[in-house]
Ligand binder design. Structure first.
Ligand code: AMP
Ligand code: MN
Ligand code: MN
Ligand code: MN
Length: 280
């Protein structure tokens, strides 16, 4: 059976492994088809594709876009995108600018609650200067401001906390359009994590479907049976296909690892059902 993991991060965003290290780990863990989906960046993909040639693994060119939908922040994955697409590069450059400005603001908000040098600290955790809240979180844990990654988000970085800075990302409609125009399929990442009411989720998925979205992530590492069943129901209700992926960031979290998740339920259509890829 072919093992697909269609959601993972490298040092091009907030993962701790380089593309080469990620691929080596994926091979060890029995993954045959791996999508690399860094936040708002495709910079890890050329080296990944190069490395995959000698590693007998299929790498899917992916991205995880930061998206705004009616003031909600959600993540939309693009799979099989053309990484030479001009418009995509332009939009990613804009997102990087937003990230840079936001990082500066996060740094100064943290300073106001007595945490010095957080921006420099976060930058030191980022290999490619694509600064996310994860980089701030790693700095805050290292300097003893919180005991764990989840604790640091709860205290400083989650919505409503001192280091939370709200920005407008790409609008959902534009994100789907962009992914499609770059030849890819748009996938709603980890729907259960948004803590939306049922009504809101259905409204969002209705819009997503209308814009031409292809799939939702039905299974991630750590999803409960109940979450998986609910996601599968939503996929079928909206005529969306189903994706699966770990959302791997770091070997430090043993529960979120490449290829480590439950199987897709039988009653959904896998997002890869019409892919023409050669699996090694
Ligand atoms: P950003 O895109 O800069 O807002 O950062 C979002 C990233 O922070 C996500 O992709 C996760 O990797 C990480 N993150 C968000 N919430 C948590 C949490 N509660 N615990 C650990 N990591 C989190
Ligand atoms: Mn992340
Ligand atoms: Mn995400
Ligand atoms: Mn992710």
């Amino acid at each position: 059976m072919t093992v697909y993991d269609l959601h993972s991060h490298t040092t091009a965003s907030d993962g701790v492994l380089t593309p080469q290290e990620l691929i080596t780990r994926a091979k060890h863990r029995g993954v045959h088809v791996l999508a690399i989906t860094d936040h708002d960046s495709i910079s890890g993909l050329p080296v990944a594709q190069n490395c995959a040639l000698s590693q007998d693994i299929t790498i899917i060119n992916g991205i995880e876009l930061s998206v705004t939908w009616k003031k909600n922040h959600i993540h939309v994955i693009g799979l099989n995108i053309d990484i030479t697409h001009h418009e995509l590069s332009l939009r990613l450059a804009e997102l990087q600018k937003i990230r840079q400005a936001r990082a500066i603001e996060i740094g100064s908000r943290l300073e106001k609650v007595g945490i010095q040098n957080a921006l420099t600290g976060a930058q030191q955790f980022s290999a490619n200067n694509n600064i996310t809240r994860t980089h701030f979180a790693r700095f805050l844990v290292k300097t003893g401001k919180a005991s764990s990654m989840s604790n640091v988000f709860k205290r400083y970085l989650a919505y409503g906390k001192p280091g939370y800075v709200s920005v407008e990302w790409v609008q959902l409609e534009n994100a789907v359009e962009l992914i499609k125009s770059a030849g890819g399929q748009a996938v709603i990442a980890h729907p259960a994590r948004y803590k939306m009411s049922n009504v809101k989720m259905k409204k969002m998925l209705g819009d997503f479907t209308e814009y031409g979205g292809a799939a939702i992530e039905v299974v991630n590492s750590g999803c409960t049976r109940q979450v998986i069943e609910n996601n599968a129901r939503l996929a079928n209700q909206f005529g969306l296909s189903a994706s699966i992926g770990s959302d791997f960031h770091s070997p430090d979290n043993q529960y979120v690892d490449l290829g480590r998740f439950s199987a897709l339920p039988d009653n959904v259509t896998p997002v890869w059902h019409d892919w023409e890829i050669t699996v090694c």
